[in-house]
Design a protein around this ligand. Structure first.
Ligand SMILES: [Zn+2]
Length: 155
């Protein structure tokens, strides 16, 4: 392929990626093995207990680690990535990391917003915020990023 043709192909790819929704995968091939990453659902845990797609970036590793440690907290936070719009299975931020049977969900590995939200929640908890304060702050800071999941408010 001539360099120019390659450039055009790459531009087309970039444009289509930029036009898609927030959580579209940026990359569908695993940097580790070169095999295609599953869109959603189950994957065998890797050596450190995370599924292979969680190792696509340092941020993803951190996000999945938070999700394991703070699953309960994430389950009372809405996800602002827009995932609530296209799948009934998404009711809160924890659903972006876990499917209903408890297995990992690959969704968050491809989603900047899910990963950012998880890290923020963990950081705010370390800073001493209560669960309700974390919820309020999440709503304040992520409002407008995408349509939130329909997550019941904290009393
Ligand atoms: Zn999400």
């Amino acid at each position: 392929m001539r360099p120019r043709t390659l450039l055009v192909a790459m531009m087309a790819l970039w444009v289509s990626a930029a036009m898609s929704v927030a959580c579209s995968p940026l990359e569908t091939t695993s940097p580790v093995t070169g095999t295609t990453i599953e869109e959603a659902g189950t994957a065998a845990p890797g050596p450190a207990g995370l599924p292979e797609y969680a190792y696509r970036s340092a941020q993803a590793v951190r996000g999945y680690q938070v999700a394991i440690a703070e699953k309960e907290l994430l389950s009372v936070l809405p996800c602002y990535c827009g995932c609530g719009q296209d799948a009934e299975n998404y009711e809160n931020l924890a659903d972006c990391f876990f499917v209903p049977d408890g297995d990992f969900n690959s969704h968050a590995a491809n989603c900047q917003i899910c990963l950012e939200q998880a890290e923020d929640a963990a950081r705010w908890k370390l800073e001493g915020l209560t669960t309700k304060e974390i919820r309020d702050r999440t709503d304040r800071e992520y409002e407008g990023r995408g349509k939130p999941t329909d997550t019941p408010p904290i009393a």
